[in-house]
Write a protein that binds this ligand. Structure first.
Ligand SMILES: Cc1cc2nc3c(=O)[nH]c(=O)nc-3n(C[C@H](O)[C@H](O)[C@H](O)COP(=O)(O)O)c2cc1C
Length: 476
């Protein structure tokens, strides 16, 4: 039996009209209402995924790029994913829900309070995808920080959030109806944080979620200390009241940054690293080794961080079909190339849609605001923009590869499962995050055939741990 891996879903275009205009929308969904997302997360929970990470970008763009971003709903609008979370919790029982929170946009006290509240409401299934993007700074009257400074700020932000979560010491929450004692103020610490980016007075006025604390209180008071409390903990409390330790009640931390600073942040802080990297044995091993080294340097165990790789498979019915899909992608139509160009335009916040496909692209079209990584991404393996017409770069972008040849991710469920198993066995991979719209059609296309195949091999869970998102992440 192959070793088990963890799986999640990256709701990659965030809470907005993702995929709008495609035929799927004629099912009659309204992207502004919860039904679409509730329907989808139920499917993901049925599939045994551990968590859903919800992308977010706070800014809709600058006046120059606004039309480009909204024209085909590629880059916006976006509603706040934090506010969608309770609807998703209500629709499910086990899966973790992890909205993106930008450490430069939400003040730590507010974030700590919101997260503590959602952690209670969801019985421990909440997490935060901590991001450092600085493009929305102007909406908050803040200066745009440099890359590394944004990481310094994110570290200080998370330290402050955690300080607030732990400002209620063990025994502070008493809830003893017999004596009329609700909480012990002498065990609530008036924390004060004064740092480079934040000055925050504690303590937090929301009770931190910590099952040990909560259930010790239940045990003391005799209230709600019944079979249901034990059942919620899988009977663990009865044997070991400290099963959840003092920090295990904190919301899970997810991080996506892939630079040296990003991996350092993951190693020091994260429960999950959302890894965007080439998917082959050597690259996965190398990425994991870096995260592990960072975790150990920060005094943590390698197993404290699950590195889950972004994965967008295209599942087809037969090996013949896989060949046909791959061959067709080598000869894209002009319409298909224009669709690729629109995506590249939105990603690079530069309108490339009017350019002549048969002329080389002049890199001067990219303003100083465009990330070098995005420009390099468009260039791909080409040496420079003037070496070929724009068409060639787009053809390379549109090109798909067969997973059977390890050249891409088009394949049958069996072929894709072989690949997933190979990375688990040969690279020690912790798992994958499927990436796509949070729409039942996308979910079904990707998972309907793959889930049974992964379960048959013992790679994908068939039941959930008891104890929220962190318990799911650590139960194997
Ligand atoms: C896979 C992935 C997902 C990301 N998701 C978001 C997001 O939802 N919102 C956001 O503002 N930034 C997001 N980011 C940006 C990161 O937080 C970070 O600012 C950026 O990647 C630069 O850091 P790096 O050089 O360490 O990768 C994401 C980055 C990656 C690689």
């Amino acid at each position: 039996m192959a070793h088990r891996q963890h799986f999640g879903w990256f709701f990659s275009r965030g809470f907005g009209p993702q995929g709008w205009g495609r035929p799927e929308w004629r099912w009659g969904y309204d992207w502004t209402k919860p039904d679409l997302y509730q329907h989808s997360v139920r499917e993901l929970e049925q599939a045994g995924l551990d968590l859903v990470i919800m992308e977010d970008a706070i800014s809709i763009g600058t006046p120059e790029t606004l039309d480009l971003r909204v024209r085909s709903a590629y880059g916006g609008p976006k509603h706040d994913p934090l506010l969608l979370a309770p609807y998703l919790f209500q629709a499910t029982n086990h899966i973790g829900i992890v909205p993106t929170i930008n450490a430069g946009a939400t003040p730590p006290y507010l974030a700590a309070r919101q997260a503590a509240t959602l952690q209670h409401l969801s019985d421990g299934r909440f997490g935060i995808n901590v991001v450092t993007d600085v493009k929305s700074a102007r909406h908050f009257g803040l200066e745009e920080l440099e890359h590394d400074a944004a990481y310094d700020r994110a570290q200080e932000w998370l330290d402050t959030v955690r300080e607030l979560w732990h400002s209620w010491d063990d025994g502070a929450y008493v809830a003893d109806a017999e004596t009329g004692h609700f909480a012990d103020g002498t065990r609530i610490r008036a924390t004060r944080h004064e740092g480079e980016y934040f000055t925050v007075d504690g303590p937090l006025n929301a009770i931190p979620f910590n099952r040990a604390l909560e259930l010790k209180a239940e045990a003391i008071s005799g209230l709600r200390r019944d079979a249901s409390a034990d059942r919620r903990l899988g009977g663990r409390f009865a044997n070991n009241p400290d099963a959840y330790g003092t920090t295990n009640g904190d919301p899970a931390i997810v991080s996506p940054g892939g630079s040296g600073r990003g991996l350092g942040f993951a190693g020091a802080n994260s429960d999950v690293q959302l890894a965007l990297a080439p998917l082959n044995v050597a690259a996965v091993r190398a990425y994991r080794a870096k995260v592990t080294a960072e975790a150990q340097a920060a005094g943590r165990q390698a197993s404290d961080v699950k590195t889950l790789f972004v994965f967008k498979p295209e599942v087809v019915a037969s090996e013949d079909e896989a060949r046909r899909v791959v061959d067709a992608s080598h000869h894209p139509s002009d319409d298909e190339l224009r669709a690729v160009l629109l995506g590249q335009s939105s990603d690079s916040e530069t309108d490339l849609t009017g350019l002549d496909l048969d002329e080389p692209l002049d890199p001067a079209v990219f303003g100083p605001h465009v990330s070098r990584g995005t420009i390099k991404g468009l260039l791909g393996n080409a040496p420079s923009f003037d070496a070929q017409p724009l068409r060639d770069l787009l053809v390379a972008k549109a090109r798909k590869g067969a997973v059977a040849d390890r050249e891409g991710f088009v394949g049958t469920a069996g072929q894709l499962a072989d690949f997933i198993e190979e990375l688990g066995e040969d690279a020690g991979n912790d798992g994958f995050i499927f990436s796509g719209d949070l729409h039942p059609v996308t979910v079904h296309r990707m998972l309907d055939d793959l889930v049974p195949e992964l379960r048959r091999r013992g790679i994908l869970r068939t039941s959930y741990a008891q104890g929220g998102l962190r318990a799911n992440l650590t139960d194997f």
